[in-house]
Design a protein around this ligand. Structure first.
Ligand SMILES: NC(=O)c1ccc[n+]([C@@H]2O[C@H](COP(=O)([O-])OP(=O)(O)OC[C@H]3O[C@@H](n4cnc5c(N)ncnc54)[C@H](OP(=O)(O)O)[C@@H]3O)[C@@H](O)[C@H]2O)c1
Length: 235
């Protein structure tokens, strides 16, 4: 039996990219799934609950959480993955993109944890996984607001780990470099970018999420930085 067989997992931002790949990977490992995104949908995963959930709206996050617990009776794994990015020099950044990154990446994460944590605390073995970014560890050029939002995620998770590990909730942060998804398309990336070919695939990040939640309960993965071989940003 897999370590996630029968466990209930809630994934935000599940409609594309890393979130979708993670949902499929967790389903393949036997998890029961609650999936949220603005587009909604269950990705065709048998038995999954798919619901429209904009993480910027705490009411929608509460509603997805309640629907998951109502349907499955528990919550064991939360993958807070919903996120947006827009690149460019700070002063040239569209003010709407500034608001969207902070509201989605920072407040959306806080709302997600606030809604789901009471249920994770009741689980026999709970995992909270956040898909942050290398931008939240390094602060790349042209990504000041995105990096601010991802540093906030990393700081939140580092602090939360102190609070939660003794209570059996493991906090794991995944910090990927470039992944070829819909991310930042038209906002700093474009479909024809040659860089995209060298980026990682969403399944590779999904594998890392599954790795975190399938560790024996004797230890926890706090932060995993995952970079494409072409990326020298840690040098
Ligand atoms: N791609 C990269 O290079 C990269 C690198 C490091 C970290 N990341 C992080 O990985 C995460 C997933 O991104 P991705 O690369 O998979 O990009 P993606 O394909 O654009 O996926 C982003 C997901 O987040 C959802 N989303 C966006 N705003 C939302 C909101 N307000 N409420 C709920 N869901 C929302 C989107 O669905 P809807 O549009 O249907 O809402 C989509 O499912 C993000 O947190 C991103 O910061 C990405």
């Amino acid at each position: 039996m897999s370590a996630v067989e029968g466990r209930v997992a809630l994934v935000t931002g599940a409609s594309s990219g890393i979130g979708s790949a993670t949902a499929h990977a967790l389903a393949a490992a036997g998890a029961r799934l609650a999936l949220g995104s603005r587009r909604g949908g269950d990705l065709g995963i048998e038995g999954a609950l798919g619901q429209v959930c904009d993480v910027r709206d705490p009411g929608q996050v509460d509603a997805l959480t309640a629907a998951a617990v109502d349907r499955f009776g528990a919550l064991d794994i939360v993958v807070a993955n919903a996120g947006v990015g827009a690149y460019g020099d700070f002063l040239s950044l569209d003010p709407e993109h500034l608001e969207e990154m902070i509201d989605t990446n920072v407040k959306g994460l806080l709302y997600t944890v606030r809604a789901t944590l009471p249920h994770l605390l009741k689980s026999e073995g709970a995992d909270l996984v956040v898909v942050a970014s290398i931008a939240g560890q390094r602060g790349p050029e042209g990504e000041a607001v995105y990096a601010a939002s991802k540093f906030a995620q990393v700081g939140f998770m580092r602090s939360l780990d102190h609070e939660l590990y003794r209570q059996g909730v493991r906090c794991s942060t995944i910090a990927p470099g470039g992944v070829h998804t819909e991310f930042a398309m038209g906002r700093g990336r474009s479909p024809g970018d040659p860089d995209l070919a060298e980026m990682m695939r969403p399944q590779e990040i999904a594998d890392a999420v599954v790795h975190c939640v399938t560790r024996p309960r004797t230890h926890r993965v706090l932060e995993a930085t995952i970079l494409p071989m072409s990326d020298d940003s840690m040098n």
